[in-house]
Design a protein around this ligand. Structure first.
Ligand SMILES: NC(=O)c1ccc[n+]([C@@H]2O[C@H](COP(=O)([O-])OP(=O)(O)OC[C@H]3O[C@@H](n4cnc5c(N)ncnc54)[C@H](OP(=O)(O)O)[C@@H]3O)[C@@H](O)[C@H]2O)c1
Length: 343
């Protein structure tokens, strides 16, 4: 065991799922609990979490239904991306002081195998960046755009949820890779203004009218879309299908407009248009594209260093505020990545 002078904690706080949400989650679906930390076994590390991520996909895991990831268990701690500092280690793989990204968020302290995490260089960026632009979020944007949507220089790109964590990176990566035009949609005038600052060529607030009309105006007379990066599904997906160019590609990343819905989705009702336009619609999960990590990290580190990609964070402090931060994320309170810093 590594030498350790500080007194190690024997208990930790965690957020548990107290009940499963029906429709929109409410604070009562969550519980803050104090539990005993297990003794470190051989090969394990104890991590003091510095920050944790709240992500839209967690909403699906709160339902008791099978999806691509396991449902969260009732009365047990939630989990998800987190970054923290190793404060005790019983493995040669990790030393006290290492900063690691792992999947035991929603708690102050995590006990995990020394092999089930990624060591990061804290001199490269702030710890929260490894949950966003330099983490799963950034990889989602990069893999979805370059591999799933097979982006080519000159393409006209439309991205929904564009002021969010993934969407804001998609638009900027597309610009860096030589997109013709990049159009974004978001949920407020302030977010639209931010997208223009980030270099999007046009942006609209999807609350301002029918998505197809707003998108048509943003594209300009007679112009179509080559790549649609879909974060929201529903009406905006339908609008994009309507305005795709022949041979266009749609990366189906998320459908947040439906995550809290208790009714049938509103669309798309025009899927058959994909036949005549020879469209490709392809869903993907970031976890299946880990092979792109070295390429993505190299490119993103360069873009960040050159200042050609910027990323926003909406930071909430304190584990006890994690449920509200998660609910606020679903309601669009964030610009860029929603993260929680922990004591
Ligand atoms: N496939 C994968 O592997 C993968 C990985 C990561 C994320 N995702 C998906 O990618 C999407 C974005 O995730 P993220 O982490 O970057 O979250 P995010 O965009 O930072 O946050 C969610 C945003 O969704 C928007 N939103 C909420 N309700 C909406 C609605 N009815 N219509 C349109 N927009 C709505 C809100 O912004 P507004 O103010 O603009 O409404 C909110 O800020 C999500 O659908 C997520 O599930 C998929």
């Amino acid at each position: 065991m590594s030498t350790e002078t500080m007194t190690l904690p024997t208990t930790g706080r965690e957020i548990q799922l107290a009940s499963r949400p029906h429709g929109w989650p409410v604070p009562e679906n969550f519980r803050l609990a104090e539990t005993a930390l297990p003794e470190l076994a051989e090969g394990q590390i104890l991590v003091k979490n510095i920050a944790m991520s709240v992500d839209p996909y967690m909403r699906g895991r709160m339902n008791d239904s099978k999806s691509y990831s396991q449902p969260f268990e009732l009365d047990a701690a939630l989990n998800g991306g987190a970054v923290g500092e190793v404060i005790a280690s019983r493995s040669p793989e990790r030393a006290v002081g290492d900063v690691v990204v792992h999947l035991l968020g929603w708690r102050d302290y995590a006990v995990l195998p020394a092999t089930a995490n990624t060591k990061v260089d804290p001199t490269l960026a702030s710890p929260t960046a490894f949950l966003g632009a330099l983490g799963m979020t950034g990889l989602t944007a990069y893999a979805g755009l370059t591999r799933i949507a097979a982006f080519k220089p000159g393409d006209t790109v439309f991205v929904s949820g564009a002021a969010g964590a993934v969407g804001s990176l998609v638009g900027q990566i597309a610009k860096n890779l030589g997109a013709g035009r990049v159009i974004g949609s978001a949920g407020s005038p302030a977010k639209v203004a931010r997208l223009l600052e980030l270099g999007f060529d046009a942006a609209f607030d999807y609350h301002d009218g029918p998505a197809v009309e707003l998108l048509k105006d943003a594209l300009g007379e007679g112009e179509g879309i080559d790549v649609y990066f879909d974060n929201v599904g529903g009406e905006q997906l339908e609008a994009a299908i309507e305005l795709m160019n022949r041979g266009g590609r749609i990366a189906m990343c998320g459908a947040i407009s439906q995550y809290n819905s208790t009714e049938a989705p509103v669309g798309p009702r025009n899927l058959a248009a994909a036949i005549g336009k020879e469209l490709t619609l392809r869903g993907f999960l970031v976890g299946s594209h880990a092979d792109l990590v070295p390429e993505f990290m190299g490119a993103m580190a360069q873009w960040l260093a050159a200042g050609t990609i910027d990323f926003d964070e909406t930071v909430v402090h304190g584990l006890e505020n994690a449920p509200t931060a998660f609910i606020d994320l679903l309601r669009g309170a964030n610009t860029g990545k929603m993260v929680l810093t922990l004591d």
